[in-house]
Design a protein around this ligand. Structure first.
Ligand code: TUI
Length: 312
């Protein structure tokens, strides 16, 4: 399946694996890239030398294209931005901010830059400062989110910019991918479904929580602090939302989530940890390898776009 995204990135299928904090490490990223998608290392709040190590590990496992996602609120963002250049990474995606200050350095190094945007205004700004594409991420996504849904953001972003748009948030199967294409996207980014793949190293409890999730199990904490985060409901989200309702302040709320993602991903504490996942978790019922997942997604998408129904 060729689109401007698969050509731009030199990949077989226009599927990007989200750069999920604590989750998107080298085993997952290399497996996605080997299977024909674009694997990402999620730099999250990790030190730059950790990111350098991850880049080198991916290269031991695949010679196919891969990228790094920089979380721009990270205290190490400046250092990670430089490591990406030093290590000659070909693709960078950014989240939770605007990457304008790094753009010149990255473009001069010939890096493909794909910012994640949550608004049309940012999409336009990114195009102007030289972005090669944007990921339009709707609030169905897991983790830190914006206001608009994927259904509304993707077509508006596609109309507003000439560069290709990649849809993210709420996509879990071929129906979601075909729908995203209908909205004007030329690629998709998926996170939640990749968390339950064989190659993903998260704690078993985290995978089980996603596989058992129902459609209504998703919660958004932090709306009052201006930092909304989507996760699966548990003791932490319940307590957080109760405190938020009572008008608790930032400090008190922050205590509840501090280190929570690490606790869930690494220690398997899915009760008090932060089990970040998208709203599509309820659709994710099967675990398989990254290759099997990507091939299943592409077959479903192709059948739909060619007008075949699922049982034909
Ligand atoms: O960044 C994400 N998702 C994330 S980052 C993250 S790390 C974290 N860890 C613990 C607690 C909280 C966060 C977890 N999930 N997605 C991409 C994304 N970017 N979503 C929304 C945005 C965004 C929002 C506002 C991008 C830019 C923006 O405004 C920038 C500007 O200057 O206008």
């Amino acid at each position: 399946m060729k689109t401007r995204i698969s050509s731009l990135l030199g990949i077989k299928y226009p599927i990007i694996q989200g750069g999920m904090a604590w989750v998107a490490e080298y085993h997952l990223a290399s497996a996605v890239s080997e299977a024909g998608g674009l694997g990402l290392i999620g730099a999250a709040s990790a030190p730059a030398e950790w990111v350098r190590g991850q880049i080198r590990e991916v290269r031991k496992l695949t010679d196919k294209p891969f990228g790094v996602n920089i979380m721009l609120m990270s205290p190490y963002a400046d250092d990670v931005a430089k490591v990406i250049v030093e290590e000659k990474v070909k693709v960078v995606t950014t989240g939770a901010g605007s990457p304008e200050k790094y753009m010149k350095m990255w473009k001069e190094a010939g890096i493909r830059v794909i910012p994640v945007i949550a608004s049309v205004a940012l999409a336009k700004r990114m195009e102007k400062c030289g972005a090669d594409a944007v990921v339009a991420e709707g609030c169905e996504a897991g983790g830190h989110i914006g206001e608009s849904t994927t259904m509304t953001l993707v077509p508006q972003a596609a109309d507003a910019v000439e560069i290709p748009v990649i849809a993210a948030g709420g996509i879990g199967d071929g129906r979601g991918i075909a729908a995203a294409f209908m909205l004007g996207a030329e690629g998709v980014q998926m996170g939640t479904h990749f968390v339950v793949t064989d190659e993903c190293q998260v704690h078993e409890n985290y995978k089980e929580r996603i596989l058992k999730a129902k459609d209504i199990d998703s919660r958004v904490t932090g709306r009052t602090t201006g930092h909304p985060v989507r996760a699966l409901r548990n003791d932490m989200t319940k307590q957080y939302l109760e405190l938020e309702n009572k008008g608790a302040g930032f400090e008190e709320l922050e205590q509840l989530t501090l280190g929570g993602l690490r606790r869930a991903v690494v220690d398997g504490d899915v009760k008090t940890g932060s089990v970040m996942a998208g709203q599509i978790a309820g659709l994710v019922k099967e675990r398989m390898s990254c290759r099997a997942l990507i091939e299943k997604l592409m077959k479903e998408t192709k059948d739909l776009l060619e007008g075949r129904m699922a049982d034909e």
